[in-house]
Design a protein around this ligand. Structure first.
Ligand SMILES: Cc1cc2nc3c(=O)[nH]c(=O)nc-3n(C[C@H](O)[C@H](O)[C@H](O)COP(=O)(O)O)c2cc1C
Length: 545
C-alpha cells in the first residue's frame, strides 16, 4: 500500500466511524456480558516485582508543576519509577455497588475499558535487572518480560533514563463500541501520554515522545510480535514510547533504537499473555485495516517545533499536592445544571492547553498544536453564554476563519480575556440543549459550566502521513487530560465525551469540507455524586510501604 492509499483508508475509516443523528457508527447489536474482556492483562509465568507505594510522600503542589525551576528529585530511580507508574497508569480506587466491583485508574478510558498497556525498558538498577517489563496495574507490579542480554553498563541508555512503552488492545474497546473503538484507543493513549508526562514532571523528569522510531521497532522492543507468548490472547498494537530524562532542557537527540534492540534480541523472554474474552462474537475488520494503514514508519514524523515565549501560566488557587490530584481525577457522571465557574478559572484552563517550553504535558509532544477548541459557554461568570473559539496556534487563524464560515458569527475577542489567549466569541445564545444533543443526547454536555468540541487540522495533518491520524487523537486525549486535572484543581470536575454527532457539530460551525474535523468533546462543571457507590482504596493497606 502506498502512502496515498493509506491516507485514503484512514480517511475512509474516519468517515464511516462517525456517529450521525440518523445512525450510530456500526457496533455490536447487543452487549455480550459473558464476553466482556478481563480488565487486566498479565503474563503467566513472568517473574513479578512488587513496587512500593510511595506516591503520597511527594508533596509538590499541582500548581507548582508549571514552574520552570522545579528541583530535581533526589529519590532513587526504582522509587521514582514506582511512583511514576502508580500515579499515571495505576489504580485510583475500587468502586462497588451491590455485588459488583470495578477498578478506576489514574488515567481515564472510554467505558472504563482501558485498552492501554504500559511497559518499562530499563538498563537496570539494584532492584530491577536490565530488560523489558510489563506493568500490571491491578497489583502495582512489574512483570519481567525480557531479561536483556547485555548488562547495565551497556550503551542502551544512560542509567538514569527510562523508556515507557505504550500499546493498545483494540478488542477491549471494540467489544463495546465496534468500529468507533479505534478512535477511543488513540484517545486513551493520548490520556496515558499526558498522565505519564505530568507524573514525570512531579518527579523531576521530562517525558518526551520518541518520534524517530517506527511502529515495527516498538512492536519488537515490547515483544508484541512474539506469537508463542500471545497464542490465542488478544494482540497488542504499538502506540508510542516515552523517554524519561532528568532534565528540563531539550537534551538533544533522542535515544538510538539499535542498542536497545540488540540488548533485547540477546535477551530471554518470559510469560504468556492471558486471554481476555472467551468468544469474540463480533469481528471488526475495519479496525484491523485502519491499524495497518496508520502504522508509523521510522522516516515519518511531524515537523518539530519550539513553542513561542509566553507569559507565565495564569495563577491557580489549587493547593492540592500533584500526586493527590492525579489520583483524585474522576469523570463526572452528572452535573448540577446550575453552578458556574468564573471567567478567570476558564482562562486558566485554556492557558494550560498552550505548550510552553519544558512544561508538562506539552513538553512530551514536539509538534505544533493542531487542535483548537470550540466552546459552548453555559455558566461562566463574566462571559456571556454562547459559542466561542479558542485558537491554540494563531498560525491557523486563516484556516479557522475561512472554514468556520457562518455569516452570523461575530468573531469578537472575548471580554476581559488576557491578551495572549486567542479566545473569540462567535455567537451569544443559550447552547445547553444544542450541546447535549450534539453529544449523543448526553445531558452532561448541557448541564455543565461549559462543554467543547476539539477541532483538528485534519486534511493537512494527514498529508504528513496516514499515521498522523493517530497523533491527532493523542493530542486530543492530552488536551482532555489537562482539562480533567485543571477541573479538579478548580474544585469542579470534567468528563471526556467520545460519543458525539460529528457532522452535526461541523454543520453548526458552517464547515464545508474536511480541512477541520472534530475529534473529541469535553465537558466541565459542578458534579453530582452518586452516593450509592462505595469507594475502596486502590491497593491493600499493608502494601503502603
Ligand atoms: C476517550 C474517552 C471518551 C469518553 N466518552 C464518554 C462519553 O461519551 N460519555 C460519558 O459519560 N463518559 C465518557 N468518558 C468517561 C469514561 O466513561 C470514564 O473515563 C471511565 O468510566 C472511567 O472513569 P474515570 O474517568 O472516573 O476514571 C470518556 C472517557 C474517555 C477517556
Amino acid at each position: 500500500m502506498n502512502e496515498q492509499d493509506r491516507i485514503r483508508t484512514v480517511t475512509g475509516y474516519h468517515m464511516r466511524s462517525k456517529h450521525r443523528l440518523e445512525a450510530y457508527a456500526a457496533g455490536p447489536a447487543a452487549l455480550d456480558w459473558d464476553d466482556q474482556p478481563e480488565p487486566f492483562r498479565w503474563f503467566d509465568g513472568a517473574c513479578k516485582i512488587e513496587l512500593p507505594l510511595l506516591a503520597d510522600q511527594i508533596r509538590i503542589g499541582y500548581a507548582d508543576l508549571y514552574r520552570t525551576d522545579l528541583p530535581p528529585s533526589a529519590l532513587p530511580l526504582f522509587e521514582r519509577l514506582s511512583i511514576l507508574l502508580e500515579r499515571s497508569m495505576g489504580l485510583a480506587a475500587w468502586k462497588s455497588y451491590g455485588d459488583q466491583s470495578w477498578a478506576l485508574r489514574c488515567n481515564p478510558s472510554s467505558g472504563n475499558l482501558h485498552p492501554t498497556e504500559a511497559y518499562i525498558i530499563t538498563t537496570g538498577m539494584e532492584e530491577l535487572s536490565a530488560g523489558v517489563y510489563h506493568y500490571l496495574s491491578r497489583d502495582h507490579q512489574l512483570e519481567r518480560r525480557c531479561e536483556s542480554g547485555i548488562g547495565p553498563a551497556s550503551s542502551m541508555l544512560p542509567s538514569d533514563h527510562v523508556l515507557v512503552g505504550l500499546s493498545s488492545i483494540h478488542w477491549r474497546e471494540a467489544w463495546k463500541y465496534g468500529e468507533r473503538a479505534f478512535r477511543y484507543c488513540q484517545h486513551d493513549a493520548g490520556h496515558a501520554i499526558a498522565a505519564i508526562s505530568y507524573a514525570a514532571a512531579a518527579l523531576g523528569w521530562t517525558a518526551r515522545l520518541v518520534t524517530g522510531w517506527s511502529d515495527e521497532t516498538i512492536i519488537h522492543m515490547l515483544g508484541l510480535d512474539r506469537d508463542d507468548d500471545f497464542g490465542n490472547a488478544e494482540r497488542e498494537h504499538p502506540d508510542a514510547v516515552l523517554w524519561m530524562h532528568p532534565s528540563k532542557a531539550n537534551i538533544g537527540s533522542e535515544p538510538e533504537a539499535e542498542p536497545v534492540l540488540a540488548a533485547i534480541d540477546a535477551g530471554i523472554w518470559h510469560g504468556r499473555a492471558n486471554v481476555l474474552s472467551p468468544r469474540h462474537d463480533y469481528e471488526w475488520p475495519v479496525i484491523d485495516a485502519v491499524s495497518r494503514a496508520a502504522i508509523k514508519p521510522a522516516r515519518m514524523t511531524l515537523p518539530s517545533w519550539i513553542p513561542p515565549a509566553r507569559p507565565e501560566p495564569l495563577p491557580s488557587a489549587c493547593t492540592t499536592p500533584a500526586m493527590s490530584l492525579f489520583r483524585q481525577r474522576r469523570s463526572a457522571q452528572h452535573f448540577d445544571g446550575r453552578s458556574a465557574i468564573t471567567a478567570e478559572q476558564l482562562f486558566r484552563m485554556l492557558d494550560i492547553t498552550l505548550p510552553r517550553i519544558g512544561m508538562a504535558p506539552w513538553s512530551s509532544l514536539p509538534w505544533r498544536p493542531r487542535i483548537h477548541l470550540v466552546l459552548f459557554i453555559h455558566q461562566v461568570h463574566g462571559l456571556r453564554s454562547g459559542l466561542y473559539l479558542f485558537m491554540r496556534d494563531e498560525n491557523a487563524a486563516t484556516l479557522l476563519r475561512e472554514s468556520i464560515s457562518r455569516s452570523e458569527f461575530h468573531w469578537q475577542k472575548a471580554a476581559a480575556c488576557p491578551s495572549h489567549l486567542a479566545l473569540y466569541s462567535l455567537l451569544f445564545a443559550d447552547c445547553r440543549k444544542t450541546a447535549a444533543l450534539l453529544s449523543c443526547h448526553q445531558p452532561i454536555a448541557g448541564d455543565s459550566a461549559f462543554s467543547l468540541g476539539m477541532l483538528a487540522q485534519f486534511d493537512a495533518t494527514l498529508q504528513e502521513g496516514a499515521w498522523a491520524y493517530r497523533a491527532l487523537f493523542w493530542e486530543a486525549g492530552m488536551l482532555g487530560h489537562t482539562l480533567y486535572l485543571e477541573a479538579e484543581a478548580a474544585g469542579v470536575r470534567a468528563t471526556g465525551i467520545g460519543c458525539y454527532f460529528d457532522d452535526s457539530f461541523h454543520q453548526i460551525l458552517g464547515l464545508q469540507d474536511t480541512r477541520l474535523q472534530s475529534l473529541y468533546h469535553f465537558t466541565v462543571g459542578a458534579p453530582l455524586e452518586d452516593r450509592r457507590l462505595n469507594t475502596l482504596a486502590p491497593y491493600s493497606p499493608r502494601r503502603h510501604d
